[in-house]
Design a protein around this ligand. Structure first.
Ligand SMILES: [Fe+2]
Length: 242
């Protein structure tokens, strides 16, 4: 797959400069194409304070090496909590008076981005679990040709382990700026590749693994790789504009 920044601009895709551009990508999808999976809900964006948590796209007891108890807690408490907090922040922003002090506006905007990115990243994370981990398809081919078939996974694992004991995300994204693949790590929800579309998302917050693995985050990364749903990941790639 190849496409160019110019093409994206022509298609009106230059509407965002953050990871949340995944949603913008949907807006740039040519007629007749399926939008990216996370936006494939096919719904009109909810109004302020109206976000609803998405259900787990697999049976919570179906994962290998990631317990039902942990994935349920992760989904129902951490992810759903972020959605709930996003709704509250958006409601507070909508209620701000014109003379609201700058520190209040800035604080709410920061939290809006924090909870909004957390919602999006968690939906991508849960969405790319529930498979058999057998690499195949468009992204695997591109990762192999651009980063090396063995090297890319080693780089993802290295980035994940480097976050061990802390918290953050490791994301394989497509840069909509230059069309290249990127492996990024972030220590909080707001650190994101500008104008990037997340394709494979790994949650390295302790709430994602400590219940099952304690400090053995490497075993969690092994389990994550075993459960990657490559069919879903490839849908995200194929849904992007060519
Ligand atoms: Fe999480």
């Amino acid at each position: 797959m190849s496409f160019h920044r110019r093409d994206l601009l022509v298609q009106g895709a230059a509407t965002g400069a953050a990871l949340l551009a995944a949603t913008a990508v949907a807006g740039a999808t040519p007629a007749g194409k399926q939008p990216p999976a996370p936006a494939a809900k096919g719904k009109t964006p909810p109004g302020p304070g109206k976000h609803a948590p998405a259900p787990l796209p697999f049976k919570p007891g179906a994962l290998a090496g990631i317990s039902e108890k942990m994935i349920t807690s992760h989904h129902d408490k951490n992810y759903a909590g972020a959605v709930k907090n996003l709704n509250k922040v958006e409601a507070d922003l909508a209620a701000l008076k014109p003379d609201a002090p700058g520190y209040l506006v800035a604080g709410l905007r920061e939290k809006e981005l924090t909870y909004g990115n957390s919602m999006v990243l968690h939906e991508h994370y849960f969405g790319n679990l529930g498979g058999n981990g057998k690499r195949a398809g468009a992204l695997d081919a591109r990762l192999g040709s651009e980063l090396g078939a063995a090297a890319w996974e080693a780089q993802v694992r290295a980035a994940a382990l480097a976050l061990g004991g802390g918290s953050g995300w490791v994301v394989v994204s497509l840069s909509l700026h230059d069309g290249g693949l990127r492996i990024t790590s972030a220590t909080n929800h707001t650190q994101a590749l500008a104008f990037g579309a997340p394709l494979l998302v790994l949650d390295m917050y302790e709430h994602a693994y400590q219940m099952d693995y304690g400090a053995a985050n490497g075993k969690y990364v092994d389990a994550f790789m075993t459960n990657v749903n490559w069919e879903e990941v490839n849908k995200r790639v194929e849904a992007l504009p060519k």
